[in-house]
Design a protein around this ligand. Structure first.
Ligand SMILES: Nc1ncnc2c1ncn2[C@@H]1O[C@H](COP(=O)(O)OP(=O)(O)OP(=O)(O)O)[C@@H](O)[C@H]1O
Length: 223
């Protein structure tokens, strides 16, 4: 699905990590952890081609993203759903319009039934016509999840999706991601929250990657 080959990234102040070689397989569930500033968001940006690595290659479905034209990259990115750390909604559009955006901006049809089903799945049928500034933190995250998956991506990337949520809402959001993974979507979640990782590990086979001391390591069994 996503493969890193000898990847290093450096913004100019020394490499955050180097020589990262790993694969996120189809249907897998990964966490990415590590201290603040270690490079988790950077790693996710490399996964979806927002950043080009300083060294090495990142490929999606066997294609080197660095070698793609802008159009190819845009098409390839349609296979990836992203839940950003800060959600990034268009505040003048309703929840359902925001959720439909990945389809509507690329000229793909939006089925009203599918949209309604998706909003029901994330528990937001009652907020379909609400504007983003009126939503609670949990509602925003579930809206962001619905928007990330409306185009049926093959992989879902989420950056600290439970950052501002209480434990009940965090579990609810994780349960949706587990359900999605069981339906075949590969999931990669960046988080500081080890309790969240423990919660998911009891339910689905999970690998934990950790950025530490300039390396992306597979975390041990201590979690
Ligand atoms: N565009 C950029 N230009 C220069 N430095 C950057 C840029 N983006 C991030 N950095 C730096 O790279 C380092 C890693 O940032 P990143 O956001 O990837 O870390 P993180 O592990 O996701 O952190 P957090 O857990 O606090 O969100 C930080 O020191 C950050 O200041």
């Amino acid at each position: 699905m996503i493969a890193f080959q000898n990847v290093a990234h450096d913004y100019g102040g020394g490499p955050l990590f180097r020589d990262a070689t790993l694969k996120l397989e189809t249907g897998s569930f990964h966490f990415l952890t590590g201290p603040s500033g270690a490079g988790k968001s950077t790693f996710l940006k490399l996964c979806y081609g927002e950043l080009i690595p300083s060294e090495g290659t990142v490929s999606l479905l066997g294609q080197d993203m660095n070698a793609m034209s802008r159009d190819e990259l845009a098409r390839t990115r349609q296979k990836i759903g992203i839940v950003h750390q800060d959600c990034q909604f268009l505040d003048h559009l309703t929840v359902e319009q925001n959720v439909a955006l990945p389809l509507s901006v690329t000229g793909r049809p939006v089925s009203g039934d599918n949209l309604a089903d998706l909003l029901a799945w994330v528990g937001l049928s009652g907020q379909a016509r609400s504007l983003p500034p009126t939503l609670s933190g949990g509602e925003r995250q579930r809206t962001a999840l619905a928007r990330a998956i409306i185009a049926s991506p093959e992989v879902l990337l989420a950056d600290e999706p439970t950052g501002n949520l209480d434990w009940d809402m965090s579990q609810r959001l994780m349960s949706l991601m587990i359900e999605l993974n069981r339906m075949g979507t590969a999931v990669l979640i960046a988080t500081h929250d080890l309790n969240l990782i423990r919660f998911v590990k009891t339910q689905v086979p999970t690998r934990v990657l950790r950025i530490a001391r300039g390396e992306v390591q597979t975390a041990g069994a201590e979690l």
